[in-house]
Design a protein. Structure first.
Lengths: 325, 333
């Protein structure tokens, strides 16, 4: 039990349970399993994005361009679907992943080959990708009536009583969990964040690994481009404007250290869920949605204060934990 | 963020002062600025006109004022992403004061005090609690603008007194606006502070090695706190200017300015990793961004497409010297 309390994720989970409990006192239906499934589904996109951002932050980098990538890729698939409704949706998803991958690879190459700090690179591509969305669309919107029924319907279809969107989120979570805990790539990502110099001597190609994490976050951005557009059924230049900071906020609340090396898949998912619950709960308990921004801001500050304490105590030891277990 | 140990390249002798001046970042920026100015002059017949050029300055003065303080903050190894949110909160407070019947001097005071207070709040969180500034200011960015949204919702404040309009719309002499004058004065002050005082040397020392600075007797925490306060104060000043220029306040005011301010600072040659940079570079970068956006505006290029040019400019200007150095190193190695 005591060992369990050491984990940040347990505390975060407890905070979420308390939060749901508090909301239930004002709106009893909130803790209903059907409603919680709905909240999970609503938060799926943010969870997936937070996982993509997590691997980048773990290597002491940051990807500010994810939301712009999402916007651009979403526009590409929406325009493709509007122009050629015959293209099957799975192929469109592959296209979305590829477009996202290319955008992520551009970030990664600039970070890897030119050694430009990632915050500068992605600050630049943040504006470039969103501007490029305007260029390809000419500023026009793609509306719901231009999208095919399959394009919109796929993620809403239920499989075993759960929407496909939630299944995609669960699949991505499982994939990230496997990669981060069971592969050499996952360990290298942590190692680079903990100590880049030592990683080099341990035989890890730091630059190449950073390139790979940007490719991952790019693909995630691309995937979410399709998911976002088919969920909110409108593709415009304004899609997900400023959302990059929500993604980072989810990571921070989830206990992922911006200094790299600390964080887990569970944390990122719970951090996103925390934000998702707040945004879902405010309307039903009659708090103006205008409060949401200030509340999530306070949550971020609180989370980072608590995380900083935890980090100081724990230090940056990853092997000890494995030995103790 | 880039901690890979680079191979040490030690030249036989240092560059001569003239050579290093010619190959300096500022020289590169001057070349870029002149080139853009020339292209603009050819591209649009309306560009070379005193009033056009005067209008041009309104594109960047508000952001550039913040960029001056932000440059010092980034040199010291910190960052403030909440500046645009501070503008929104300060503007909202000024709007509330107007509804309560406040006059021009009170409005200015409120704008500056709110800005300073927000900066101090950031500074306390970062220096007292030892938190990473990038995360803290992402949080306060939501918090400050969130408070503005709570107060205003989807409404807007209007009805600012006529005497208040001078700050954002007034001219000091002929085509020289109050905003531009204020920016130039502030730039001289910040140039002096960074390059001619012991305070400035300490800022560089902190950015290069905070631990060594601490052991050398520099009060790292206090100086960083002052820098956060200065950045907040400049955001407060910018808030007065922009509120006065627009004559109304919405909670979405100045959205996205933080990234433009940081782009300006980085384009100006300030190292995002801290420890290097100059005020002259930031000033030149501000002019360049103003020139690009205004020139493209004259050609009826939409704002969002301009942002592509700004983004490309940022990456290319950062990448070029790196590529150049690499080519030189390979040739002489």
């Amino acid at each position: 039990m005591k060992a369990l309390l050491k984990y940040r994720e347990v505390w975060l989970l407890a905070a979420i349970v308390v939060l749901i409990g508090l909301i239930s006192t004002r709106f009893p239906g909130f803790a209903d399993p059907a409603n919680l499934r709905q909240v999970f589904n609503d938060t799926s996109i943010l969870m997936i994005l937070a996982l993509g951002q997590m691997v980048v932050i773990l290597t002491r980098s940051i990807d500010l361009s994810m939301a712009s990538n999402l916007c651009f890729t979403g526009m590409v698939v929406a325009m493709l679907n509007a122009a050629h409704p015959a293209i099957p949706i799975p192929l469109l998803i592959v296209i979305a992943l590829l477009v996202g991958l290319v955008l992520g690879a551009i970030n990664g190459l600039l970070v890897w080959r030119l050694n430009i700090p990632s915050i500068v690179v992605t600050l630049g591509t943040l504006t470039i990708y969103r501007g490029a969305t305007f260029v390809i669309s000419g500023g026009a919107w793609v509306n719901a009536d231009q999208m095919s029924a399959e394009f919109i319907g796929l993620q809403r279809a239920a499989f075993l009583g759960i929407p496909v969107l939630s299944w995609i989120a669960l699949l991505v979570i499982a994939l990230f969990f496997l990669v981060m805990t069971r592969t050499a790539l996952g360990r290298s990502i942590y190692a680079i964040g903990v100590n880049p110099t030592a990683s080099i001597y341990a035989g890890i190609d730091v630059g190449r690994t950073k390139f790979i994490v940007f490719c991952i976050s790019g693909m995630i951005g691309g995937l979410c481009g399709y998911l976002w557009i088919s969920r909110y059924v409108i593709a415009s230049v304004e899609v997900a404007n400023g959302y990059e900071l929500n993604i980072i906020a989810a990571c921070v609340i989830g206990g992922i250290s911006i200094a790299g090396g600390i964080g887990s898949v569970g944390g990122a998912v719970l951090g996103a869920l925390f934000l998702g619950i707040i945004s879902n709960a405010l309307p039903v308990i009659n708090i103006s949605p205008f409060w949401q921004m200030a509340i999530s801001g306070s949550a971020i500050i609180l989370a980072v204060v608590l995380n900083a304490r935890g980090e100081r105590r724990q230090g940056r030891i990853i092997l000890k934990k494995a030995e103790a277990a | 963020m880039t901690d890979t140990p680079a191979p040490r390249h030690i030249p036989d002798r240092l560059d001569k002062p003239l050579t290093s001046a010619i190959f300096s970042w500022e020289a590169l920026l001057v070349v870029v600025a002149v080139a853009i100015f020339a292209v603009n002059s050819f591209a649009s017949p309306y560009f070379l006109d005193a009033w056009s050029l005067s209008d041009l300055t309104f594109n960047f003065t508000e952001k550039a004022l913040i960029a001056l303080a932000m440059a010092l903050l980034i040199i010291s190894g910190e960052i403030d992403l909440s500046v645009a949110a501070i503008i929104a909160l300060a503007s909202t407070m000024m709007g509330m004061a107007v509804q309560a019947g406040a006059g021009m001097p009170e409005l200015v005071a409120i704008g500056l005090v709110v800005g300073l207070g927000c900066g101090a709040f950031n500074g306390l969180l970062v220096t007292r609690l030892g938190l990473p500034s990038i995360v803290v200011t992402i949080g306060t960015m939501s918090l400050f603008r969130g408070i503005a949204f709570i107060i205003l919702g989807d409404r807007a404040y209007k009805g600012y007194p006529a005497s208040f309009a001078f700050f954002g719309q007034g001219y000091v002499w002929w085509v020289v606006s109050f905003e531009l004058t204020l920016f130039l004065v502030a730039a001289v002050v910040y140039w002096f502070l960074l390059h001619r005082t012991s305070f400035g040397r300490r800022v560089f020392a902190i950015g290069n090695n905070p631990v060594a600075a601490q052991f050398s007797g520099v009060r790292v925490g206090r100086i960083k706190f002052i820098l956060f306060c200065l950045t907040g104060l400049m955001a407060g000043i910018a808030s007065v200017l922009i509120t006065s220029r627009l004559g109304s306040t919405r909670p979405s005011i100045a959205q996205g300015y933080e990234l433009e301010v940081i782009t300006m600072v980085v384009l100006g040659g300030v190292s995002i990793l801290g420890g290097a940079g100059s005020i002259l570079g930031v000033m030149l970068a501000a002019f360049i961004m103003g020139l690009v956006t205004f020139g493209l505006g004259l050609l009826n290029v939409p704002g969002i497409v301009m942002s592509i040019f700004i983004g490309l400019l940022l990456i290319i200007v950062i990448a070029l010297p790196i590529l150049w150095r690499r080519v030189r190193r390979e040739r002489f190695a």
